[in-house]
Design a protein. Structure first.
Length: 307
C-alpha cells in the first residue's frame, strides 16, 4: 500500500489571506489548499508505517510545494489546459518514491473552502459578499442559536435567500467497520471504504480513490463496532449536538492511532478555528432528514442531509 493525501490546487487561493496563514501554509501565499496540514498528515503516516525513505521528502515542506507546482505546470502543458482548479493526489511508497496524480475539479465559492462559521444564516451573508477580482500570480505560470436540542430546521431550497441548500445525500452505513491505523491514517488500503459504499449507496458505481465512480454527491457515514460514528467514506462530518457543531473524536497527532476515523485536514482547521468541537456521536442518534456538514481537502465544506 501507499500513503497518500488529496488536496485542492486553485489559483484563486493566492488571494485568500487565510490560506496563506502559517497554520495552513509554509508562510507565503499558495494555490494549494491547506498544504501544511496535508504535509503533516502524510508525515505522521510515513512515520507510523515506517516508510523511512519518504520522511526526508516530506520534512521540507517548501521543497514539496515547489515539486507540486512543477507537476501542475507539466500537467497543464501536456493537457494544453488553462490555470484552474485541480485535484492533486500525492502518493508515497515505502521505498520513498513519490507519485502525483492530477485531474480537474469544478470551481467553488471561497466560503466553501474557508467558512467563517457553520451558521447557515451567517454563511448566506458570506455568499453574497462582492467577489474580489482575481489577478493570477506569476508563481503559478460556530454555532446556531437554536437552543439545546439536536435538530436543525429544514433549510430553504430557494436560491434567492442565499442560504446554502444541501448538496450531499448522506447514507448511514448498514454495518460497522473495524477501526485500525488504516482508518486513522490515509493509505491506499481502502477496501473497507469501498465495501461500505457498495452496501450502502444506491448506485452500482461504488469505487473511490482512483477507481471509476458515477457517484458525485453521495456519502456514507461510517460507524464502529460500538455504534460510534467515526467519519464519512470521503469526508469529515459535523453534527449539531447539544447546541453546537461537533465532529467525531478520532484522536490527535501523536496519540495512538486506530481508535477512529481520519484526522482530516479540514477537520483539523475547523477545530483550530472553533467552528466545532470533538464529541462522540452514536449511529442511532442520526436520523433521516438531519442536516450535517461535511468537508474534505479537495471540495472544502458542503451541507448534506441524511436520507
Amino acid at each position: 500500500f501507499e500513503v497518500f493525501t488529496s488536496l485542492r490546487y486553485d489559483p484563486a487561493l493566492l488571494t485568500c489571506e487565510e490560506n496563506g496563514h502559517k497554520d495552513v501554509s509554509f508562510g507565503t501565499p499558495t494555490p494549494f489548499y491547506m498544504i501544511r496540514l496535508h504535509r503533516d498528515r502524510m508525515f505522521e503516516a510515513v512515520l507510523h508505517f515506517e516508510f523511512g525513505a519518504a520522511v526526508g521528502l516530506l520534512a521540507d515542506g517548501e521543497r514539496l510545494e515547489e515539486t507540486l507546482l512543477k507537476e501542475v505546470k507539466r500537467w497543464q502543458r501536456n493537457e494544453n489546459a488553462t490555470d484552474g482548479a485541480l485535484k492533486i493526489r500525492i502518493l508515497f511508497s515505502k521505498l520513498g518514491s513519490m507519485k502525483v496524480e492530477i485531474s480537474p475539479v469544478p470551481p467553488v465559492p471561497r466560503w466553501m473552502l474557508y467558512p467563517t462559521t457553520l451558521n447557515l444564516t451567517a454563511q448566506s451573508k458570506d455568499m453574497t459578499r462582492p467577489t474580489i477580482p482575481f489577478t493570477p500570480s506569476p508563481r503559478t505560470g460556530g454555532a446556531l442559536t437554536l437552543g439545546s436540542d439536536d435538530s436543525l430546521p429544514n433549510p430553504t431550497t430557494t436560491t434567492s435567500s442565499g442560504i446554502p441548500s444541501p448538496t450531499w445525500d448522506l447514507h448511514l452505513d448498514s454495518a460497522p467497520i473495524p477501526t485500525s491505523p488504516f482508518t486513522t491514517l490515509k493509505t491506499t488500503h481502502r477496501t473497507f471504504y469501498n465495501e461500505a459504499r457498495s452496501r450502502s449507496l444506491p448506485d452500482p458505481s461504488k469505487q473511490i480513490d482512483g477507481a471509476p465512480s458515477a457517484i458525485v454527491n453521495h456519502e456514507v457515514l461510517l460507524y464502529d463496532a460500538q455504534g460510534i460514528i467515526i467519519e464519512g467514506s470521503t469526508t469529515t462530518p459535523y453534527f449539531w449536538r447539544d447546541g453546537r457543531w461537533v465532529t467525531p473524536d478520532v484522536g490527535n497527532a501523536g496519540e495512538p492511532v486506530g481508535k477512529g476515523g481520519q484526522r482530516g485536514t479540514t477537520r483539523r482547521w475547523a477545530l483550530m478555528k472553533g467552528l466545532c468541537e470533538e464529541k462522540h456521536v452514536t449511529q442511532d442518534s442520526v436520523k433521516v432528514g438531519d442536516e450535517v456538514w461535511v468537508s474534505n481537502g479537495v471540495r472544502g465544506f458542503g451541507l448534506g442531509r441524511v436520507v
